[in-house]
Ligand binder design. Structure first.
Ligand SMILES: O=C(O)CCC(=O)C(=O)O
Length: 250
């Protein structure tokens, strides 16, 4: 089991991210790998996003993999979420990113601006709306994103050579960035590569600018990306995940 560094909360608030090793045991990682492989084999187009035959993301992994859904009750994960979002935090979305020789991809610097919701509602300050892999998404006002935290669990060692996540430390502090602001930060902030071992996690604010390179070697890189929120959305909007999934983080 991991121990949280005394600077964990400060790192999240000031740098926008932290790396914590040993969140999952090797046995838990193995069980998740098996469950995810089965979901990939059984996946339908509505649940997974494919690239040249390989799967590069499962967008509703909390629904198709019960072992992932159960992670909201994992004590090691609760210990990372509760100090930042409070004990009532909810798991509101789960994704699985897979980088492999069959599906090797990179992504340019961006903030995570969209949330998944159950259905579109006429509500001020939310938008634009979009559908991704059959799921309704929307950009909420920044204060909702500022009250969220993402836990990215590594199921493989994430290294420079297999496309580990890269971040611009502190970039989450500027709220939602326009293109000019984002480019200025990209030019002036030295990027950090979040190398983390299998079973470890990168914990980050969704507004942190992040990117990743294509892998340069053949080592696979599987990441379970879990988003937590501090509170319900304004009525009648609902987070995409069901009530069953959104149990409290204790
Ligand atoms: O897992 C990665 O390398 C980044 C994925 C990501 O941030 C995204 O698709 O929004």
């Amino acid at each position: 089991m991991h121990t949280i560094s005394p600077t964990y909360q400060q790192d999240i608030e000031q740098q926008g991210f932290a790396i914590v090793e040993n969140v999952l045991s090797p046995e838990e990682v193995d069980a998740l790998r098996v469950a995810i492989e089965q979901a990939i084999v059984e996946s339908r187009d509505s649940t997974s996003v494919r690239d040249r035959g390989g799967v590069y993301a499962i967008r509703n992994v909390t629904e198709v993999v019960p072992e992932v859904r159960a992670l909201h009750q994992h004590p090691g994960i609760s210990q990372l979420v509760a100090p930042i979002l409070g004990a009532e935090a909810m798991l509101v979305r789960g994704l699985m990113f897979d980088k492999s020789p069959e599906s090797n991809w990179g992504i340019f610097w961006h903030q995570d601006l969209s949330i998944a919701v159950r259905q579109r509602e006429a509500i001020p300050d939310f938008g634009p709306w979009s559908i991704k892999a059959g799921i309704q998404h929307v950009q909420p006002p920044p204060h909702i994103l500022q009250n969220m935290l993402t836990v990215r669990l590594s199921l493989d060692d994430c290294l420079e050579t297999n496309g580990a996540l890269r971040v611009l430390p502190g970039s989450h502090q500027s709220s939602r960035l326009n293109m000019f602001e984002s480019e200025t930060l990209q030019q002036n902030t030295p990027p950090e590569t979040c190398c983390v071992k299998s079973g470890g996690a990168v914990i980050m604010r969704p507004l942190l600018l992040h990117s990743s390179h294509r892998a340069t070697d053949i080592a696979r890189r599987r990441v379970i990306h879990l988003e937590f929120a501090a509170e319900p959305l304004p009525e009648p909007l609902k987070w995409y995940t069901s009530d069953e999934i959104t149990a409290n983080v204790k």
